[in-house]
Design a binder for this molecule. Structure first.
Ligand code: CP3
Length: 343
């Protein structure tokens, strides 16, 4: 059983630094594109047998130390009463964006065993198929990041409607965040019960907030989710991007591993976070497009910057992009293992 990922999450000594990649299953792989030619993104997510196949694609091709469930952070929105789809070239589209107090009150706090049973079934299938080859990471979106899609109706650059609601109607905002948090906490616990050996909370767009606003409008909700999930006893990765000014607040909200993007040097981030957490990151995903010598120097730089500390999980600072050359991903995974091999 390959447990170096779980050992690093717990800050225990490892034989080599574990590595996996956010979005390690996806369009940069020919195997994925072949399946996507036959099925929509939502079909892949909603069919446990297909989710299993896609989850295993990077495991069968790359020497990664963890599998991540193939699903999407937006899946809970549909059973909550806000259906959506992925439109080609546009990303997610929420059919009826949620902008009023009445719409927030109408959202359902669905039971994950009912509305998201297909994800839990996929978790069970994947665990059986992995059979100890790597641990399985489950995940969910954090309430701010989910709310940004739910309120805007899709991707956004300035989060105008989201912040209007947050600043202008704090009671409605807190009601929305509380509902999302209840669903996310129950969903993560259900994934662990189905077999996920670690979970990651994606707060991808949290860097849009100042530290004061994060502390006021978001942190209490995230802390509540993480307190509940931590009772499961598995490592919890708390991830965001653009978090240079938020890292300490994120740590205080909870999580045993903090995901750090490439804008903050990893050793500097870890000094600020302190010795009580593991760290995951933090290579710029765009470096996967750089010449091999540049890529190699940067992998060595990141590993060198945290050498001697227990609890580093090598990853990108955000997900792999669709145009990424697979051979460069392979190259990084091999290099991380080779360079970090302990004497
Ligand atoms: O990491 C993995 O391999 C697991 C699967 C995974 C996906 N999405 C698959 C996916 C995970 C963990 C996510 C998380 C996710 N989804 C986040 C948080 C992480 C991040 O990247 O910031 C967010 C914000 C979403 C919402 C989402 N899903 C968007 C904005 C898009 C469109 C993006 C695009 O590039 O078109 C998706 C679709 C999506 N989720 C794809 C995949 C592989 C592409 C689907 C396709 O067209 O084949």
């Amino acid at each position: 059983m390959n447990d170096r990922f779980l050992r690093a999450c717990r800050r225990e000594p490892v034989d080599r630094t574990p590595v996996w990649f956010m979005r390690q299953a996806g369009r940069y792989m020919a195997e994925y594109r072949a399946l996507r030619a036959k099925h929509s993104m939502l079909e892949l997510c909603r069919t446990p047998e297909l989710s299993l196949q896609v989850t295993m694609q990077p495991i069968n091709r790359l020497p990664v130390d963890a599998a991540i469930l193939f699903a999407d952070i937006l899946l809970p929105l549909e059973p909550m009463g806000a259906p959506f789809d992925f439109a080609a070239g546009e990303g997610p589209v929420i059919f009826e964006p949620v902008r009023s107090r009445a719409q927030i009150d109408a959202l359902r706090e669905c039971d994950p065993h009912e509305g998201l049973g297909y994800v839990l079934e996929a978790v069970r299938l994947i665990r059986r198929e992995l059979d100890g080859k790597t641990p399985l990471i489950g995940f969910a979106g954090a309430p701010f990041t989910l709310a940004s899609y739910l309120v805007e109706g899709g991707k956004s650059s300035h989060y105008v409607r989201t912040k209007k609601l947050m600043y202008g109607e704090p009671d409605a905002w807190n009601a929305l965040m509380a509902k999302l948090s209840n669903v996310v906490a129950k969903y993560l616990v259900a994934q662990v019960e189905a077999g996920a050996q670690a979970v990651q909370l994606f707060d991808s767009w949290i860097g849009a907030l100042s530290p004061t606003d994060y502390a006021t409008y978001v942190q209490p909700h995230v802390a509540r989710i993480l307190r509940e999930v931590e009772t499961c006893g598995v490592p919890v990765i708390h991830f965001g991007t653009g978090t240079a000014s938020l890292l300490e607040l994120q740590r205080d909200a909870g999580g045993s591993v903090i995901g750090v993007d490439w804008r903050t040097p990893l050793d500097n981030a870890w000094d600020r976070l302190g010795p009580g957490v593991a760290v995951q990151g933090n290579m710029d995903p765009l470096l996967l497009f750089a010449p091999k010598d540049v890529l190699e120097a940067q992998v060595r730089r990141i590993l060198g910057s945290v050498r001697g500390r227990e609890g580093h999980i090598f990853n990108l600072g955000h997900g792999i992009l669709p145009e990424t050359p697979v051979e460069n991903v392979q190259f990084v995974a091999d290099l991380v293992h080779q360079v970090s091999e302990r004497a």
